[in-house]
Write a protein that binds this ligand. Sequence first.
Ligand code: TGC
Ligand code: FAD
Length: 390
Amino acid sequence: QDLYQHPDYYLLDELLTDEHKLIRDSVRAFVKKEISPIIEDYAQKAAFPSQLIKGLGEQGCFGPFVPAKYGGAGLDYISYGIMMQELERGDSGVRSTASVQGSLVMYPIYTYGSEEQKMKYLPKLATGEMMGCFGLTEPDHGSNPAGMLSNFTDAGDHVILNGSKMWISNAPFADIAVVWARGPEGKIKGLIVERGMEGFTTPETHGKWSLRASATGELVFDNVKVPKENILPNVEGLKGPLGCLSSARYGIAWGALGCAMDCYDTALRYSQQRIQFGKPIGGFQLTQKKLAEMITEITKGQLLVWRLGVLRGEGRATPEQISMAKRNSCQTAITIAREARQILGGMGITGEYSIMRHMMNLESVITYEGTHDIHLLITGQDVTGLSAFK
Ligand code: TGC
Ligand code: FAD
């Protein structure tokens, strides 16, 4: 068959079920047919390929862990990870759209929402008929969301929301936003804000050199009247948004490895074909060192995320374990992208190959959902029992 074959140096496929492999083949075929042929063009022109939304919904890539009763596929977390890996092999921006929709919009509605909210929003979010975004970061509060200023006051059957969010994936086209803001007593709550509510705008952020095929924007709330029935009833405090991040960071840990695999494969094939000094460049020791280190790091990363998926499925994965995997996969992928680009020489900087696009995308992936250093400090806190944040 002509589908892409991923690196599997330690025969990890033996740890997957037939269902996992079927899901992988299906998303892989979708990436090959729908994403790979168009993505470079969309990244070059900095446009979001909105025509992919319907297919992503049909593939079950939006919130696959949500039960069928609410329109999800009721799949396990390994399946979710595999989907993110395949999508990100295509492009981190497309994976971002799926991560936000599944982990940052459907997950909080499913986990913290009322039955009415679940029935109203989840089935449409699962198909992509409705798209969402997640507003946590503010202009002055990125790594430290506990300092957020967005707030709402009580006004009878509704609340009045004020403030702004920045760097929000999917914001320019989202139909709804899950927004985190302080209530009258200063406690952080989640609200579902709908496009069209007066005073709610989503200006687009332009000029990015990274994640160019993903739409990013601000969320601005100027005395927005939000009905009380749109407040997520079952969570309060920072653990609400941070719980969503655990789901998204888990997916990114798998996703970034997808980028790493694509860069490694591209560089390996190029090194076997490109002749310099009368032999393939793959025959030079320095090239072999690069490739050998790449496959070693990919294999270690695969083992880490597979085990994390098992633990998450059993409800035992800690946020700190997720931080370690997110950080490790991003570091692995960005290092491999840079080395792979070198193997391609001048060709590596062109859009004819995916490496430079992955490399630039990964600058966002290593920054959002908690920066590289924040995740290191989460591990540091976990092993020492001492917080570097407080
Ligand atoms: P801290 O005191 O540690 O925790 C507050 C409460 O939250 C609980 N908690 C978690 N719960 C679930 N999952 C997690 N990952 C959790 N981390 C912490 C914690 O147990 C506590 O609960 P309780 O019951 O005691 O109240 O909070 P802190 O203020 O010290 O902050 C710690 C820190 C720095 C680790 C946290 O603020 C952090 O992770 N900062 C990074 C911010 C971040 O990741 N932002 C991401 C924004 S969204 C985004 O980037 C989307 S990109 C999407 C895409 O396009 O793919
Ligand atoms: P800052 O917090 O200002 O950090 C700047 C630098 O200081 C970093 O290197 C950081 O590691 C370091 N630093 C900060 N605090 C410490 C410390 N205590 N110790 C050591 N070093 C520290 N957010 C959302 O809410 N929703 C989204 O959908 C979303 N999508 C995004 C899409 C893109 C393309 C990007 C780039 C970002 C997105 N974000 C989103 C925001 C993202 O989560 C933040 O950019 C990230 O959390 C970092 O915040 P910051 O940019 O304000 O950097």
